[in-house]
Design a protein around this ligand. Structure first.
Ligand SMILES: Nc1ncnc2c1ncn2[C@@H]1O[C@H](COP(=O)(O)OP(=O)(O)OP(=O)(O)O)[C@@H](O)[C@H]1O
Ligand SMILES: [Mg+2]
Length: 163
C-alpha cells in the first residue's frame, strides 16, 4: 500500500460516472477496488462508470441487484462485482473463493468493502470512499491508487498540486 490519497469532488451523477470510467480505463488487470459509502453515496453510479471504462456491454446488468453474491461481466477485462452487504460474515467471502477472483484478467470491485476489510486488505486494495457533500455533490477519496491513476487524476486537477 502506498501513502497516496486523492480527494475529488463530484458535482453531478455524470461526473461520478466519468470518474469511474477514467479509473477503469487505467486498470491493467489484477486490480482490487474496495468501495465504501453509505446508502445513496453514489456507489452504483461509480460502478456504472467502471463498467463503461472496461467496455462491459451489459452495463444495466452490472448496476441491477442480483441474487448472486459474486457477478462477472465480460469486457476488455472481466468486471467482477461483489456485494459484501449481502454476505453473512467476512469468512463467507473466503468460502466463495475470493482469492481466485484476484486475477490478471479481472478488475474486482467489492461494494460495502468495510464489512470485509480483514479479508480484502491482504490484497492491497485501491480503496474508494464516497461521502455525501450536498444534494448533488459527493466527496470521493481514493487511497492507494496505482501510479497511472494518481498521475491521471492529478493532471486532471492540477490545482491540487499547489494546495
Ligand atoms: N455527484 C453525484 N454522484 C453520484 N450520485 C449522485 C450525485 N449527486 C446526486 N446523486 C444521487 O445520489 C444517488 C446515488 O445513488 P447510487 O445508487 O449510485 O448510490 P449507492 O451508493 O449505490 O446507494 P445504495 O447503497 O443505496 O445502493 C442517486 O439518487 C443520484 O441521483
Ligand atoms: Mg447501489
Amino acid at each position: 500500500m502506498n501513502d497516496t490519497q486523492i480527494e475529488i469532488t463530484s458535482r453531478s451523477v455524470d461526473e461520478t460516472i466519468a470518474l469511474g470510467r477514467k479509473i477503469a480505463q487505467l486498470c491493467q488487470g489484477g486490480e482490487l477496488i474496495a468501495l465504501i459509502g453509505q446508502l445513496g453515496a453514489g456507489k452504483t453510479h461509480l460502478i456504472k462508470g467502471i463498467a463503461q471504462g472496461l467496455d462491459v456491454e451489459q452495463i444495466n446488468d452490472v448496476t441491477s441487484p442480483t441474487f448472486t453474491l459474486i457477478n462477472e461481466y465480460p469486457g476488455r477485462l472481466y468486471l467482477v462485482h461483489i456485494d459484501a452487504y449481502r454476505l453473512e460474515n467476512a469468512q463467507q467471502l473466503e468460502q466463495l473463493g475470493f482469492d481466485e477472483y484476484i486475477d490478471p484478467d479481472n478488475v474486482t470491485v467489492v461494494e460495502w468493502a468495510d464489512r470485509v476489510t480483514q479479508i480484502i486488505d491482504e490484497y492491497d486494495p485501491i480503496t474508494i470512499r464516497m461521502h455525501h457533500d450536498g444534494p448533488t455533490q459527493r466527496k470521493i477519496q481514493i487511497q492507494n491508487p496505482t501510479p497511472d491513476i494518481t498521475q491521471a487524476l492529478q493532471n486532471q486537477k492540477p490545482k491540487r498540486l499547489d494546495s
